[in-house]
Design a protein around this ligand. Structure first.
Ligand code: KIV
Ligand code: ZN
Length: 518
């Protein structure tokens, strides 16, 4: 028996990227879009074209390069936004305009519209979008806190005006599974015309129920789930793509729906999104966390050796995790490195391979065993730092019980070497002070996080640094067996990103936010 199909609508590049500090570059967005397309995502929300020139260019480029997926852009409920969105998505083989307005009492108060005025605006904007594009999605933002009568009324208006998908956002993560299912079920049963459109669910994770709410909405009749890779998104994030996909796969017995996703690509895209967004995946994250398939306790290990199903409801390979991760050492050659990287999803040209090989050899000299995770961290650092104008050339720190901790640092700034010495409370603080002495800036350190990539005292440390300057938030990341070196590289990587953002902000003098509803 064929199962009903649930479409996967990925909004990593729009809602996910809205997460402060998760900004991605143009090329990174293109790469993620192509990975999403290849893994079978039905609809990719590529961005919010009116927000900035950069957003527009990214959505347009993703649309031009799209292969299978529908490419969607977001637009507020005004004609200018919708026209700009269409300009960007119309290049796709399958374009979609997604327009929205906040319909709850709190959201209606922002543009100060009466219920009738807002209803009129919805009719006008959806009609306009539909005149441009055959595929139009409409969302009543904060639907789960909108009065039932008004919600049903505006959904009907949007359907009559030509919307083909009605998305019901739980914007602030307020609903719960039973309510989520009941709301969709009631809308489908009571709103005239509902049978002719697709209902979608868009859940935020403020109470940790985003995945449960999305799956419940499917039970209620939704046939499109909006989600992001790793659950990336503002505040506590969105429904995680990997969670809904695997839940439907593993529990097909009680949730008989299918998606078009090739689950074996989940690990690769999770790692890539973590790297480009600068938001590491928490170790105990379902499906893609480092510990999701790790079995620590003796009882678990014993059971696993006898029969993997004792404690595992899915196999690591089902989500693209290779069974063994021990790979190479200092005697491994270029061909072995190339083939291992290919297995991990990195296909390199000869010159790129040369650079990576030098880095790999340096790592293998310091670390006896190089694991898959080490190579992934190395590749992520290589890619993040490839375009950096400021680079770490040399670092020497003095630390220990007898302070002051001191750092001597040489940076190359646009090819010119600059050196400084600084002290601080500990080696990382001293090294960061040396960076500040060499590159003057007012950015505030918002986050400094260190994760060991593998076990052992010779493990690489992955460091994430988040900086904030004038409301602009950027993340930097790097990895090294020396935690202080990784920290300075991550800091410098964030500074490089800040420079790009400053230049971009100069070009897009009037950046807008999707919350500026007008
Ligand atoms: O959370 C939300 O309401 C949104 C809308 C723009 C769909 O992201
Ligand atoms: Zn959202």
């Amino acid at each position: 028996m064929t199962k009903p199909r649930v479409k996967i609508f990925d909004t990593t590049l729009r809602d996910g990227e809205q997460s402060p500090g998760a900004t991605m570059t143009h090329d990174e967005k293109l790469e993620i879009a192509s990975m999403l397309d290849e893994m079978g995502v039905d609809i990719i929300e590529a961005g919010f074209p009116i927000a900035s020139e950069g957003d527009f260019a990214a959505v347009k480029a993703i649309a031009e390069n799209s292969v299978n997926a529908v490419i969607c852009g977001l637009a507020r409920a005004n004609l200018k936004d919708i026209d700009r969105c269409w300009e960007a998505v119309r290049h796709a083989a399958k374009p979609r305009i997604h327009t929205f307005i906040g319909t709850s009492p709190l959201h209606r108060a922002i543009p100060n519209l009466s219920k009738d005025e807002m209803a009129e605006r919805i009719h006008e904007t959806v009609t306009h979008a539909r005149n441009l594009c055959e595929d139009v999605q409409w969302s009543p933002m904060d639907a789960t806190r909108t009065e039932w009568d008004y919600l049903a009324r505006v959904v009907e208006i949007a359907i009559r005006a030509g919307a083909t998908t009605i998305n019901i956002p739980d914007t602030v993560g307020y609903t719960a599974p039973a309510e989520s299912a009941a709301l969709i079920r009631r809308l489908i049963a009571e709103v005239p015309g509902a049978e002719g459109v697709t209902f979608a669910t868009h859940c935020h994770n403020d109470l940790g129920m985003a995945t449960a709410n999305a799956l419940a909405a499917v039970e209620g009749g939704a046939r499109q789930i909006e989600c992001t890779v790793n659950g990336l998104g503002e505040r506590a994030g969105n429904t995680a793509l990997e969670e809904v996909v695997m839940a439907l796969k593993v529990r097909g017995d009680i949730m008989p729906y299918e998606t078009g996703i090739d689950a074996r690509r989940l690990m690769a895209i999770s790692r890539r999104v973590a790297s480009v967004s600068g938001f590491p995946v928490q170790f105990n994250k379902a499906i893609v966390g480092k510990n999701a398939f790790a079995h620590e306790s003796g009882i678990h290990q014993d059971g696993m050796l006898k029969n993997a199903e004792t404690f595992e409801i899915m196999r690591p390979a089902d989500v693209g995790l290779s069974a063994t991760s021990l790979v190479m050492g200092k005697h491994s050659g270029r061909a072995a490195l190339r083939s291992k990287l290919k297995e991990l999803g990195y296909v390199l040209e000869d010159n790129q391979l040369g650079d990576v090989f030098v880095r790999f050899k340096a790592l293998a000299d310091r670390k006896k065993e190089v694991f898959d995770e080490d190579l992934i961290a190395l590749m992520q650092a290589e890619e993040r730092e490839a375009e950096d104008r400021i680079r770490v050339e040399r670092l020497r720190v003095v630390c220990g019980t007898d302070g002051p901790q001191t750092a001597e640092l040489t940076l190359s700034v646009d090819g010119e070497a600059r050196s400084a010495e600084a002290t601080g409370d500990g080696p990382v603080d001293a090294a960061f002070n040396a960076v500040k002495a060499l590159v003057a800036h007012d950015a505030r350190l918002q986050l400094y996080q260190v994760h060991a990539v593998t076990e052992g005292t010779d493990a690489q440390a992955t460091v994430t640094v988040r900086l904030e300057e004038d409301g602009r938030i950027v993340s930097g990341q790097s990895a090294d067996t020396d935690t202080v070196v990784a920290s300075v590289r991550a800091y410098v990587n964030a500074l490089n990103r800040l420079m790009v953002r400053r230049e971009k902000a100069g070009r897009d003098a009037a950046e807008v936010s999707y919350k500026d509803v007008g």
